[in-house]
Design a protein around this ligand. Structure first.
Ligand SMILES: *[C@@H]1O[C@H](CO)[C@@H](O)[C@H](O)[C@H]1NC(C)=O
Ligand SMILES: *[C@@H]1O[C@H](CO)[C@@H](O)[C@H](O)[C@H]1NC(C)=O
Ligand SMILES: *[C@@H]1O[C@H](CO)[C@@H](O)[C@H](O)[C@H]1NC(C)=O
Ligand SMILES: [Zn+2]
Length: 295
């Protein structure tokens, strides 16, 4: 009897410990680089809805079975593997010199050791090139190439993923989001999107996704062709996406958000249109890129 009670007790502790372990892992591995799950899923779902028949077929063949043919389900895969595929961590972002507000591939696209091409722009080119060998003999795992490309196309559209070097794209800028401590990078990854979903879409990611989709066909319909277009027959043009990103970071994300500021409705309501716009561009461009890759 005593034994059973004690055992139960131990199990209780065990479960508490498990919960604690999971919660602390969430703190140790914050989603510090990349839109959160929702931002990435929104971009991938918009993209998948715009694929040509041949691109849709290729994506379906490459997706792992557990994705259930929904690219949005695996759009954050790259964030989950970066903690053991350490080489992939620098591929989620690019750092530019403080306050210059422009991106230059030769100057900015490298990792901390100065190795060229190791930034989000180089990675998008890399995985696009790998996928162009779809249907041929290749040394690369094209499932991984698709999941990396889909994720990095999202990251390059998050303005603070092409941010300043000294504050690590806003990760080192501590502010308050309404009443809670937060860093500026996380606000752009997660909080603006979450707050929009809670306040305007019944906490439903599909509601927000559909509203963006509707604006792609209405409000922004005149711009979509230009978003899709790259110069001189390139399959993708991430330097353009990154250049826009750092401009949006300067004009919107960093603006009026210095260390210690309290960001509330003024900031949320004026920045949400920028977030929606970048999610739309990310989705449209991922689709355009995949359509060019898979013909
Ligand atoms: C290109 O992809 C390969 C295979 O995933 C990877 O090993 C390499 O680090 C990547 N390089 C860049 C710049 O993305
Ligand atoms: C390719 O990568 C995926 C995702 O990591 C993995 O599930 C699959 O087993 C890999 N395929 C091969 C042939 O290694
Ligand atoms: C869609 O466009 C309208 C009109 O410009 C705007 O008021 C609304 O906030 C936009 N919604 C989204 C999700 O972009
Ligand atoms: Zn990322």
């Amino acid at each position: 009897m005593i034994c059973v009670v004690k055992w139960r007790r131990n199990m209780e502790y065990y479960h508490k410990f498990q919960l604690l372990a999971v919660v602390s892992l969430m703190f140790v591995f914050p989603n510090a680089q990349g839109w959160g799950e929702d931002g990435h899923a929104i971009i991938c779902r918009i993209a998948q809805s715009r694929l040509s028949d041949s691109a849709a077929e290729a994506v379906k063949n490459l997706l792992p079975a557990y994705a259930q043919n929904d690219l949005g389900n695996v759009c954050s895969w790259a964030d989950h593997v970066r903690f053991y595929l350490h080489w992939s961590a620098p591929l989620h972002f690019a750092d530019t010199p403080d306050s210059l507000c422009n991106f230059q591939y030769n100057r900015d696209c490298m990792d901390e050791n100065g190795e060229k091409g190791r930034c989000v722009v180089g990675a998008i080119n890399n995985y696009t090139t790998q996928l162009l060998d779809y249907g041929k003999d290749t040394q690369y795992n094209l499932t991984q190439a698709l999941l990396f490309l889909s994720h990095f196309m999202g990251d390059v559209h998050q303005p603070l993923h092409v941010g300043f070097t000294s504050d690590k794209g806003g990760n080192l800028i501590n502010v308050e989001w309404y009443t809670r401590k937060q860093n500026l990078h996380h606000i752009w990854d997660v909080n603006i999107i979450e707050t929009a979903e809670e306040r305007f879409y019944n906490s439903d990611i599909n509601g927000f996704t559909n509203a963006i989709q509707e604006n792609i066909t209405k409000t922004w319909s005149g711009q979509v062709k230009a978003w899709e277009t790259c110069n001189s027959n390139q399959a993708t043009c991430p330097e353009i996406y990154a250049s826009e990103g750092i401009k949006a970071a300067c004009q919107s994300a960093y603006k009026d958000a210095p260390e210690g500021s309290v960001l509330e409705d003024d900031y949320f309501l004026s920045r949400l249109p920028v977030v929606s716009f970048r999610l739309a561009q990310g989705g449209v461009r991922l689709a355009a890129t995949l359509n060019r890759i898979f013909g």
